[in-house]
Design a protein around this ligand. Structure first.
Ligand code: BES
Ligand code: ZN
Ligand code: ZN
Length: 503
């Protein structure tokens, strides 16, 4: 798909088939572009708006067909509601853009988009492009007689009509992000009989090749030899080999800041010997969304050539059960030398991540670490599908991560890392237990476990993306399934850190 930007002069100069006009609630009739369109329709638009005074709520939409006599190219004008101006932040804007991509433009190859000045398009053009292109994502799926899978007419070009200055590189960035997001969504959506750890290695290789990145792949044998026994303990019940993927983007050389991103890559989480109930277990094919997002972000960061070093480290394995599987009560030793009593084999994400965190600190001494993981059901209980749980330290770095999320319409909500939560992870036999005995504070104790493997002075944020990695229902702006959450946050964070030269 191509994106372009043009100054809006006269409607008669439009060359696209479809024009999408964003309108604020109750304000459409005052919009001068809407009035130009009204002239084309012989008053139909204004008559509609007079009868529908409240038109313009988020996702409201109405289509007007244009006669070839009145305009040579333009076939349709679609009005899309933006809601109230004071409520239009990047989160809402990205959703509206997603809605436009998913629903408002069908059966067309070229679209022009006009948003009123109050929509602050100049600052957020990248996210509008990302929104439209991720909205258009077709999950495809695997139905043999799928009507949906028939050749669809797809938008090939989007032209922004604006009165502001929108830089074309902002829009290219938006396209790159959408492309990475959609690739990540594809692998997260696919079932675990296809997306094995080995498949994920190949996916990582492709993303690395796209960004011309260095990539190292450690086998299960090597992971064991290197002493990453906590990570390896998770893979013992699976017939598939474990892989630990490390990608490097060195955009700043020895001078610049280094950010490490660590992603949970469990291609299927059955719970292991602490097996999950069968209800909804099928969704645990998405337990590698953190790793998929990290690979996606690496591709974009490398293509945009940010002046920062970024290390990506992702353990890839299944969490299954067999005669060889790790058993509750087993004690395992990691790269840090610390021992863990595995009380519950379903708390496996923190196990694989603990060694990955140790590895990046030992080998790269990063200035910053962000880990992304579908770590706890408790975070879904706390936040629904609406926000990611963020935990970390120091506060300034947590704020920087949340801010990068806000910039790109990815919501986060901070939870605490109080010392009392560490007390809940005491083990009588090992340095730490992998779960707490009670039911409370599941997300906090998960993060506290990870913190055990993070040096005292290390800037680190853990993002529990269990709430946001997966959309449970088909929404107006995104199809059911994987969301690709985290990619835009990581990209903007890397950019912000590269600009400031540190916090
Ligand atoms: N992968 C799950 C967490 C999860 C739940 C992700 C729902 C996405 C949606 C994780 O490995 C897990 O099983 N966590 C346990 C931890 C518990 C045993 C302390 C959980 O949340 O129940
Ligand atoms: Zn689990
Ligand atoms: Zn899991």
């Amino acid at each position: 798909m191509k994106v372009d930007v043009k100054k809006l002069n006269k409607i008669s100069e439009i060359r696209e088939e479809v024009l999408v006009l964003g309108v604020f609630q109750g304000q459409a009739s005052r919009d001068k572009v809407v009035n130009q369109v009204d002239d084309l329709t012989g008053g139909v638009v204004v008559r509609f708006l007079a009868k529908n005074k409240k038109f313009g709520k988020i996702f409201d939409t109405v289509t007007f067909h244009i006669s070839p006599k009145d305009h040579k190219k333009l076939e349709r004008v679609v009005l899309v509601g933006l809601g109230k101006p004071e409520k239009l932040d990047v989160y809402v804007l990205r959703q509206i853009a997603g809605f436009i991509g998913k629903n408002a433009v069908k059966e067309t190859t070229s679209m022009a988009l006009y948003l009123p000045q109050q929509a602050k398009i100049a600052d957020n053009a990248d996210m509008v492009v990302t929104g439209v292109a991720t909205g258009m994502f077709d999950p495809g799926h695997h139905k043999s007689k799928n009507e949906e899978s028939k050749e669809k007419v797809k938008v090939e070009s989007i032209t922004f009509l604006t009165e502001e200055i929108v830089k074309s590189d902002q829009m290219q960035k938006g396209l790159l992000m959408a492309d990475a997001i959609n690739k990540a969504r594809e692998v997260v959506n696919k079932p675990a009989n296809i997306i094995t750890p080995e498949y994920m290695v190949n996916f990582a290789k492709k993303m690395a090749a796209e960004g011309k990145l260095k990539i190292e792949i450690f086998s299960e044998k090597q992971v064991n030899e290197m002493g990453m026994g906590i990570m390896a303990s998770v893979a013992r019940g699976s017939e598939e080999d474990l892989y630990f993927v490390v990608m490097r983007y060195l955009g700043a050389g020895s001078q610049g800041p280094t950010l490490a991103i660590v992603g949970k890559g469990i291609t299927f989480d059955s719970g292991g010997i602490s097996i999950k109930p069968s209800e909804s277990m099928e969704w645990m094919k998405m337990d590698m969304a953190g790793a998929a997002a990290c690979f996606g972000a690496m591709e974009v960061i490398a293509k945009l050539k940010f002046k920062i070093n970024v290390i990506c480290a992702c353990p890839l394995t299944e969490n299954l059960l067999s005669g060889k599987a790790t058993k509750p009560g087993d004690v395992v030793t990691g790269l840090s030398g610390k021992t863990v009593e595995v009380i519950n084999t379903d708390a496996e994400g923190r196990l694989v991540l603990s060694d990955a965190l140790t590895y990046v600190q030992k080998n790269f001494k990063p200035d910053y670490i962000v880990d992304l993981a579908t770590l706890t059901g408790a975070s879904v209980v706390a936040l629904g599908n609406v926000a990611t749980a963020a935990l970390g330290r120091p506060q300034k770095f947590v704020d920087a991560v949340i801010q990068a999320g806000e910039q790109t319409g990815e919501r986060m909500w901070q939870l605490p890392l109080y010392d009392e939560y560490r007390d809940l992870l005491k083990s009588y036999i090992a340095d730490i237990a992998n779960i707490s005995p009670g039911r409370g504070a599941g997300t906090e104790t998960g993060a506290k476990f990870l913190e055990e493997f993070v040096d005292k002075k290390q800037k680190w944020v853990h993002l529990d993306i269990a709430p946001t990695a997966w959309e449970e229902g088909d929404k107006p702006y995104i199809s059911k399934g994987a969301t690709g959450y985290g990619i835009t946050t990581l990209v903007d964070l890397a950019f912000n850190l590269s600009k400031k030269g540190g916090l």
